[in-house]
Structure formats: structure tokens, C-alpha cells
Design a protein around this ligand. Structure first.
Ligand code: SF4
Ligand code: SF4
Length: 471
């Protein structure tokens, strides 16, 4: 974590003992953030609109004739870029999550909490949508403060009601999209075609999620980033002195304060202590104290300070993307040994993941000898064992299956079936006997190997055992 030596001399580190949005009595302090403006804010807005388009349209796009993205946890059905995944693919999911987490760690070690400020759905919706609507209805931070303090007159009731109704409607839209990802667009449409009362469970889920999103964006706000989000709280572990974060250049900025005519301006730093960077911060911190867990790297303070620097004719980026080593020693971006290590592990994980996805079998077979049964002696003297076999079809096409007995020498007799066809994207269970002539039996416990094929093409090999009487 950065420490700000000059500022420390002025302020100490007491700010690390308390949260900016809680007073000494533990009561929430509402943060009225000044409306940001500037180049970075403009780019963030553009990027946010790109993300909104991706988020709101993805569940409605189709690939291979199916919803492009589906994460139906209840029905244990997942589709990623048109490829169906089953709970049997848990190993792939675990690896995917591990790779994603490591990617976030590497990214954080190198570039700090940029994800939070620029791509996290919480910030994207909060700062780029809900807060902008708030500015539109209630005005900038000073007017919002005034409105909060004034009595509940017609103006306040009208503004607050309008804001909260719009907030709820947007939350409802987000909840619909969220459900489109989790229960599928088809199931969501049933709410409209069959009527709300026909699907009370789905309706309750929709209203519950709408209310949760509304509560988060109308009331919880920065508390999510500052207190609840585990990623935010791990920053202290991930950042090091070379990490590029939003940072105040205290060497350049201190001693802060406005230079008066009679003073020697040369002894003043570039920071004129206007506090614009504090006023604009959505988590209510003063970045001049150094890197803090509450900073989401949203860059609102960078824009605010740049504007001031332009006005006082100083170079921009008194606050900007920098590292502790960058500020102290003028060092540029450096790839440390730790970063190299993380990156190598990440590349290995990613390669393994791609290989596993590419070589994923289209059918997954589980073979078990029927529990609790020994062997049977048939009328012709042959010995048989009963087996249960389960197929998971991981494609959107139905697949005909042939079973080829490799060992022991004998034949497979299907129970209740002439052939096996696994319906698309489904699980199929069936049973069969393996019949073996007594002369082919070598011991009372023999290995069974079966090749699973489709239209003559080998898919996989499964194994079990065959019980027989002691010779
Ligand atoms: S906006 Fe810049 S000049 Fe103003 S207080 Fe912050 S760091 Fe100092
Ligand atoms: S300190 Fe700056 S970058 Fe960090 S959250 Fe506040 S405004 Fe955003």
C-alpha cells in the first residue's frame, strides 16, 4: 500500500481507522458526489454504453440455434457461446473460475482496481446510469444536499418519487435481463404469454431481484464496493509498489495550499487544496492520503484535478495512473518477478482450459454393474451380469450409440431396447446384460471393457467388472 510521506506529516494516518461514509457514532453518512466531467469520464461513458449493449442483448442472441449464454443453475443447464455444458463439466467450470480469478489478480497486481471503476456491473450501473438520472432530477451534489436537508414539500416529494419510480423501473429491466440469463428467454416469455398468475414462482423471483437491485442502487451504493465486495477488500494483498493505480503525486503536489501573493510560490506544491478531487469521489475518500481500499479507480478525481491544473497552468495528471515507485523514483512500468510468475501460471491454466474445451467429448458415459446383484446363470448355461449405463449428450443433436464389448469375450443384450439413441442435450439411462460362455471365464472377478461408438466412430472407453462362479 502506498504511504504518503509529506501528506502524512500533515494529516497523519487517522483516515485509515474510519470509513468515509460512517460518522463516529456509526451512523451512515450519505455521500453526495459532485458530477464528474472530463476526458476519462467521457471514455467511461462510451465503454459503459458498450457494456450495456452487451449485457442487455446477449441473452437474446442465438448460436447453433440456441440461446448464446445461459446459466440455468436450477435446471443445471449451461450454454456458453452456443456450447451446452452439464454439471459433469464441473472440472471445466472450476478451471474457468480459477483462470478468471487469477486473471483478475494479475490484472490487479499490474493495474490496480481498474476493473472496479471501468467494468464492474455495480459501478457501471451505479455511476453511469442511476447516478446520472439522479443528477438529472435532483441536480449536482450541492443541490442534492440542499434537497436532502429541506422539508418534505411538493418539490422534494415530486423529485424523490420520480427518481425512485425510475430507479425501480430500471431495476425491473435489469432483473428481467438477469432472469433471461438464468432461466432462459423462453421461460421468461411464458410470464407474458401464459399470464403472471400461471408462473407465480418466476414472478416472485422477478420481483425479488428487482427489489434487490433497486435497494442496491438506491440505498446501498458505495457500501458494496467499500465493505461488501471481497475483491475490494483483497486489494491490500494484491497491490505492490509497482502496481499502477490512481494515485496523487505527492512529490509534485505537496506542500499543498493556495499560494498567496506575499508568499514565495516556489515553496508551494501544485495542489491548491481546492478539494475538487474529494468532492467528486463516489466513495468519499481523499486520494491525496494515498491508496486506500475504498478507491475503485473510477478516475473521476483524475478528471477533476486535470481541470484545475489546466486552469492554474500546470501540467495535467497531478492525480493519475502511477505507482509508488513511479512517484518516488520516476520508475516506469516494470514487470516484477512476482508478475512474471503469475503470468506464467495464467498462461498454463488458459492453455489447459482451451485444450480441455477443444477435446471435450460429445457424450459422457458412466457404467456401473447393478448394485446388490451377483451373476445369473442363463438357461443355455451362459453366465450374465446386469449393468446400468448413463449417457450425457453434450450436443444439440440426438446421438445413436453402439456398445462394443472388448473384454471379456461375450455379447451385450440390451434390456427393453433394440438400440440406444440419446436425445439432444439430455441424459439417457438404460440397462443391459453381458452374457459370457463359461469356457471364456478365467476367474470369479473379470475386467469389462466396452467401447462406446456412434455410427462406427469411437467416442470413449468405459470399464467395469464381471462376476462369475468360482471354477
Ligand atoms: S483536485 Fe487537484 S488541486 Fe484540487 S485538491 Fe485535489 S489534488 Fe489538489
Ligand atoms: S479516489 Fe478517485 S479514483 Fe478513487 S474512487 Fe475516488 S474518485 Fe474514484
Amino acid at each position: 500500500m502506498h504511504k504518503v510521506e509529506p501528506a502524512k506529516a500533515l494529516d497523519g494516518e487517522h483516515y485509515r481507522d474510519s470509513l468515509p461514509n460512517v460518522n463516529e457514532k456509526g451512523k451512515r453518512l450519505w455521500i453526495f458526489a459532485k458530477k464528474p466531467k472530463g476526458n476519462l469520464y467521457f471514455y467511461r461513458t462510451l465503454f459503459a454504453w458498450f457494456l450495456y449493449i452487451v449485457f442487455f442483448t446477449s441473452p437474446f442472441l442465438k448460436m447453433n440455434g440456441h440461446q448464446m449464454l445461459l446459466f440455468n443453475v436450477l435446471e443445471r443447464k449451461f450454454i456458453i457461446f452456443g456450447m451446452p455444458f452439464w454439471p459433469q463439466d464441473l472440472n471445466l467450470f472450476a478451471l474457468l473460475m480459477l483462470t478468471f480469478i487469477l486473471f483478475i489478480i494479475v490484472f490487479t497486481v499490474l493495474f490496480g482496481r481498474v476493473w472496479c471503476g471501468w467494468a464492474c456491473p455495480q459501478t457501471i450501473f451505479m455511476e453511469m446510469l442511476f447516478r446520472k438520472i439522479e443528477y438529472l432530477i435532483e441536480g449536482d451534489y450541492n443541490q442534492q444536499k440542499k434537497l436532502a436537508e429541506q422539508d418534505w414539500d411538493t418539490e422534494k416529494i415530486a423529485k424523490k418519487t420520480t427518481k425512485h419510480v425510475i430507479f425501480y423501473l430500471i431495476s425491473f429491466l435489469i432483473a428481467n435481463t438477469f432472469l433471461a440469463y438464468t432461466i432462459g428467454v423462453h421461460n421468461l416469455k411464458l410470464l407474458v404469454t401464459d399470464g403472471l398468475m400461471a408462473h407465480l414462482g418466476k414472478l416472485s423471483a422477478l420481483l425479488l431481484f428487482s427489489t434487490i437491485f433497486y435497494f442496491v442502487f438506491a440505498f446501498l451504493r458505495e457500501i458494496v464496493c467499500v465493505i461488501i465486495c471481497p475483491y475490494g477488500r483483497l486489494q491490500g494483498l494484491m497491490l505492490d509498489q509497482s502496481s499502477i493505480v490512481v494515485a496523487y503525486n505527492y512529490i509534485r503536489g505537496e506542500p499543498r495550499g493556495k499560494a498567496h501573493k506575499q508568499e514565495n510560490t516556489a515553496i508551494k506544491g501544485d495542489c491548491i487544496d481546492c478539494k475538487l478531487c474529494v468532492n467528486v469521489c463516489p466513495t468519499g475518500i481523499d486520494i491525496r492520503n494515498g491508496t486506500q481500499l475504498e478507491c475503485t479507480n473510477c478516475t473521476a478525481c483524475v478528471d477533476a484535478c486535470d481541470e484545475v491544473m489546466l486552469k492554474i497552468d500546470k501540467p495535467k495528471r497531478l492525480i493519475g495512473f502511477n505507482s509508488k515507485n513511479g512517484i518516488d523514483k520516476g520508475e516506469g512500468f516494470k514487470f516484477s518477478l512476482r508478475n512474471v510468475g503469475y503470468s506464467v501460471v495464467l498462461i498454463i491454466l488458459f492453455t489447459v482450459l482451451v485444450f480441455l474445451v477443444a477435446s471435450r467429448k460429445k457424450v459422457e458415459t458412466t457404467l456401473n454393474r447393478t448394485a446388490g446383484m451377483l451373476y445369473q446363470t442363463q438357461a443355455n448355461g451362459n453366465i450374465s451380469n446386469l449393468y446400468n449405463i448413463e449417457f450425457v449428450n453434450k450436443t444439440f443433436d440426438s446421438i445413436p450409440i453402439e456398445l462394443e464389448l472388448v473384454i471379456p469375450k461375450g455379447k451385450i443384450v440390451l434390456v427393453d431396447h433394440d438400440n440406444i439413441i440419446i436425445p439432444n442435450d439430455e441424459l439417457e439411462k438404460t440397462s443391459f446384460f453381458i452374457e459370457v460362455e463359461p469356457k471364456s471365464i478365467e476367474s470369479n472377478r473379470n475386467e469389462v471393457i466396452i467401447n462406446v461408438k456412434s455410427k462406427g466412430v469411437f467416442i470413449e472407453q468405459v470399464k467395469s467388472n464381471f462376476l462369475a462362479p468360482v471354477n
